[in-house]
Ligand binder design. Structure first.
Ligand SMILES: CSC[C@H]1O[C@H](OP(=O)(O)O)[C@H](O)[C@@H]1O
Ligand SMILES: Nc1ncnc2[nH]cnc12
Length: 313
């Protein structure tokens, strides 16, 4: 059962845009909060109540703190599947996900923002990274792990944070943690062409793809990880210090692109008619490996939570 609080009865209708905040970004400031909800999903409850905000244009958008409001979950423990399923269940079609990352390249300075286009997965199989299995098999297309039109839209609004550089089309390494990388690992990732490193973009991006949600990670560089011989390896104190200004820039970037995102997402009366995310609509039905008639009741009910019409025709 969902736990919901609201001061506005229409707070939960027509929410299409979702924002995920990571380390150092636990709320959205400057917008009017109209309610919150923490829906139960077949994968449990999300890490925190999803906060619903009304934009100046009158649309409702959702915000979720990935690790919980007080950073309660480690990157390995974050309930990623519940987070994504809960956002999907309230109507979210597109997610802008913020993440604090280490820089693996000299030209990406702490404070810079990075829009990756690719990921190398160095997580260690500890995390649930699919909604499928247990009687239902589907292989999502993940060659392009992020949503290119969304990435281009975000990049087009980089002028609002002109005091920093915004880098695009970069390679993110997703590591397991909890400890940061050794110098040798950091150098290995550099030799692979890695540009930034974090601990959360797998499985979050993969689950968003399975949920047919357009997803782009906005990385905020906080440190130079461990590869630079001239510097001490990264510490949490360094990350949190840089995040103070990064959080302000995140707010500016989001504020500047919000009207463009709203016009892409909210102009169509029927959410199913949103052109910007139409490449994803129905993509998992096409990724199904089995004939539908061989799928049992439990997986049907579980997946109906994500795709309400999947089994109805
Ligand atoms: C405290 S630094 C390591 C931590 O920061 C990043 O979190 P998030 O991606 O949620 O912003 C990184 O992925 C690690 O979880
Ligand atoms: N150096 C680093 N490694 C992994 N995740 C990070 N998040 C911020 N800095 C990081």
């Amino acid at each position: 059962m969902a736990t919901a609080t609201t001061t506005d009865s229409s707070a939960f209708s027509d929410i299409r845009l979702g924002v995920i905040g990571g380390t150092g970004l636990y709320q959205l400031e400057g917008l009017e909060k109209v309610g919150e909800v923490q829906p139960q999903t077949p994968w449990g409850k999300p890490a925190a109540p999803i906060m619903i905000f009304r934009t100046p244009n009158g649309h409702r958008i959702a915000f979720l703190a990935r690790h919980g409001l007080h950073h309660d979950y480690t990157p390995s423990e974050v309930p990623y599947a519940a987070n994504i399923a809960a956002l999907k269940s309230i109507g979210v079609q597109l997610i802008v996900a913020f993440s604090a990352v280490g820089s693996l390249q000299e030209e990406i300075k702490p404070g810079d923002f990075v829009l990756p286009s690719q990921i190398i997965d160095r997580t260690k199989g500890k995390r649930l990274d699919t909604f499928f299995g247990k009687g239902i098999v589907a292989h999502a297309s993940f060659g392009e792990p992020f949503h290119k039109p969304l990435r281009e839209l975000i990049y087009a609004h980089r002028d609002r944070v002109s005091s920093i550089s915004v880098h695009t089309e970069k390679l993110a390494i997703a590591m397991e943690g909890l400890a940061f990388s050794t110098r040798a690992e950091s150098n290995l990732y550099r030799s692979w062409g890695g540009d930034v490193i974090n601990m959360t973009c797998i499985p979050e991006s993969k689950l968003a793809r399975e949920a047919e949600i357009a997803y782009q990670l906005v990385c905020m560089a906080t440190d130079y990880d461990a590869w630079r011989e001239s510097e001490e390896p990264v510490t949490v104190a360094e990350v949190m210090e840089t995040m103070k200004t990064n959080a302000i820039n995140a707010k500016h970037l989001l504020g500047s692109m919000l009207p463009a995102l709203e016009s892409k997402l909210y102009e169509a009366e029927d959410p199913q008619d949103v052109e910007f995310t139409s490449d994803l609509h129905g993509s998992m039905a096409r990724s199904l490996q089995q004939p539908k008639e061989h799928i049992g009741d439990e997986p049907r009910q579980r997946l109906a939570h994500l795709y309400p019409t999947f089994f109805s025709h």
